[in-house]
Design a protein around this ligand. Structure first.
Ligand code: G3P
Length: 217
């Protein structure tokens, strides 16, 4: 399972990279705005900066919603760095653009996916990643994990190569449940990844080991 961090915050990206388990980064226009990164040039430079910190894929989202605009923006983003994956919204024009990009060898992440039908279309168009937003489904009392399970089943039925990128991960249990289902990738905040470290028996066990060592040394 690949671990991506879902942020545009450089300190958090560096911290996750230092852990040695980071496989990539996902961003979106809201995450960029949260870090105060505005204007085309600044946004592009920020993507390059992120690519220089991490070893893996970095999703950079287009803001156009028409085919020509998505293609123009996506091609420019892909040229920034070979780690860039063009993030395209799940809309009709987006599907056309994903098909175009896949024929050109430009990798894509189809975002804002909330149904199996949408995931099926993304795979048919040749998306590299599909991003079902599980947290946002949970927010409206719909089972986000169930969507991951259904997409896994459909993709396995037809051996689609599109990777399931479980997005909108909100907490540690989301990661564990996605791993059980067989999501290829998860993207979430650093806190959700760090939660995997924690167990009270680890803490009390280590405390005892160190106390016993210190008593005798
Ligand atoms: O990767 C998608 C993600 O950014 C959405 O997360 O927490 O805003 O629903 P969230």
């Amino acid at each position: 399972m690949k671990f991506f961090i879902d942020t545009a915050n450089i300190d958090q990206i560096k911290e996750a990279q230092d852990l040695g388990i980071l496989d990539g980064v996902t961003t979106n226009p809201s995450l960029m705005a949260k870090e105060g990164i505005t204007g085309e040039e600044n946004i592009k430079n920020h993507y390059i900066k992120i690519c220089e910190i991490v070893d893996g894929d970095v999703s950079a989202e287009v803001i156009s919603t028409d085919f020509e605009g998505i293609v123009k923006e996506g091609e420019a983003l892909a040229k920034l760095h070979d780690q860039i994956v063009v993030k395209v919204p799940m809309i009709k024009e987006g599907i056309k653009a994903i098909k175009y990009f896949s024929e050109k060898g430009i990798r894509t992440n189809c975002t804002l996916v909330f149904s199996v039908g949408q995931a099926l279309l993304a795979a048919k168009a040749g998306a590299t990643y599909v991003s079902p937003f599980i947290g946002r489904l949970d927010d409206i009392s719909t089972d986000g994990l169930n969507l991951i399970e259904e997409i896994r089943l459909v993709y396995d039925n037809y051996m689609f190569e599109t990777q399931i990128l479980a997005a909108s991960i909100r907490h540690t249990m989301h990661i564990i449940d996605c791993a059980k289902i067989g999501a290829d990738v998860m993207t979430g905040p650093l806190s959700s990844i760090e939660g995997l470290l924690k167990h009270p028996l680890t803490d009390s066990g280590l405390e005892k080991f160190l106390a016993d060592y210190n008593k005798n040394n």
